[in-house]
Design a protein around this ligand. Structure first.
Ligand SMILES: C[S@@+](CC[C@H](N)C(=O)[O-])C[C@H]1O[C@@H](n2cnc3c(N)ncnc32)[C@H](O)[C@@H]1O
Length: 332
């Protein structure tokens, strides 16, 4: 089993040739995700913050370019804190917060593990998880969760502690997706059925992030979490087709967005329109992004991000979920 924390893009390309391109796709723009960080600009024109992350920029001799935050040097870490408020939450805190969601859902405490807060750790409950009378294991997997500004997504998956870099074994993981997969492992033995519920688990986990490198790391960790769990359960590798299907879901559900605007980073801007004035002369009219000027999230002229409503099987704008919420609050 792979226990190094940095998933190497060269390895993905070699073992699962189609998958890296899927993990780099932006489903809203139908291009690749962009760097959206200036940390790589010294490497050349293709690494400017507005440019797409292409697989050849991060593989071959460039295979070590993207690495988890915990392995980046201190100076770079500090500049990322300053520019993007990038500080990652330690796993024991993610665990405590995820536990409080589960305490409310199950109506009891210590369902997945017991926290040892003074030692900043937890002890996994090994016994099969029991469900309240009015809820089933399928309800748990179907319950939808979102990690906002996810960084490397420590609330969702915990292959390694994002602050110490320590690898965490499958049975001791604490992320929101890890928990859904544990429930799947405990309740389903037949392979096709397991795959079906694993996909439902992935479809019910959403996350967004601004910076392209962290987003890719999050996507890679979600994918390797699938491979880890499959091996844990069946003792062999999943088929490339299954890996691709999961990668496809991840590329929708873990997306690049400026969360303050609901749009693809840097997509708002000045629009120049050609008009003909009263004297028949051609003029250029400049209009600025109304949303950026007013701060109203519904008025941006950038590209609003699309996500997939898997139940309805249709694309929706993330922003429209907020709109419905605003409306229902106002209706009360
Ligand atoms: C404090 S870190 C938290 C990361 C992770 N959720 C955790 O708890 O460890 C904040 C993250 O927010 C991202 N971020 C900052 N501004 C953002 C914005 N406007 N939209 C989306 N993500 C943003 C940063 O790139 C960074 O990864």
């Amino acid at each position: 089993m792979r226990t190094e924390i940095d998933i190497l893009e060269n390895e993905i390309l070699e073992k699962y040739p189609e998958v890296l391109d899927i993990l780099l796709r932006d489903q809203t723009t139908q291009k690749n995700i962009i760097w959206a960080t200036r940390n790589y600009e010294h490497l050349g024109e293709s690494y400017l913050e507005s440019k797409q992350i292409k697989s050849d920029l991060i593989t071959g001799v460039n295979g070590d370019i993207i690495m988890p935050r915990v392995q980046k040097d201190q100076i770079l870490q500090q500049s990322r804190v300053k520019n993007m408020a990038e500080v990652f939450t330690p796993s024991w805190i993610c665990n405590a917060q995820n536990n409080s969601i589960d305490n409310a859902w199950f109506g009891r405490e210590n369902v997945f593990n017991k926290e040892i807060l003074n030692q900043k750790k937890w002890i996994t409950n090994k016994a099969k998880i029991q469900f309240p009378e009015d809820k089933s294991w399928k309800d748990y997997i179907n319950n939808t969760r979102l990690e906002i500004t996810c960084g490397e997504a420590p609330y969702i998956i915990s292959r390694y502690d994002t602050t110490t870099g320590k690898y965490i074994e499958v049975e001791n993981r604490i992320g929101l997706l890890d928990r859904k997969l544990r429930i799947t492992n405990e309740n389903v033995d037949e392979l096709d059925q397991w795959l079906e519920y694993a996909k439902i688990a992935y479809k019910n986990i959403y996350a967004y992030e601004w910076q392209g490198d962290s987003l890719l790391l999050a996507r890679e960790s979600l994918l390797f979490t699938f491979i880890d769990n499959y091996r844990y359960k069946f003792n062999h590798e999943p088929l490339p087709k299954s890996i691709q299907e999961i990668a496809e879901i991840i590329s929708w559900n873990v997306w690049q967005m400026d969360g303050l605007k609901g749009v693809v980073p840097f997509s708002c801007g000045e629009i120049k329109t050609k008009i003909v004035n009263l004297f028949g002369e051609e003029e250029t009219e400049n209009s600025f992004c109304k949303g950026c000027l007013s701060g109203n999230i519904l008025e941006h002229n950038g590209i609003y991000c699309l996500i997939m409503d898997w139940l309805e099987g249709k694309k929706i704008r993330f922003i429209d979920l907020l709109k419905n919420k605003h409306q229902s609050i106002n209706d009360k």
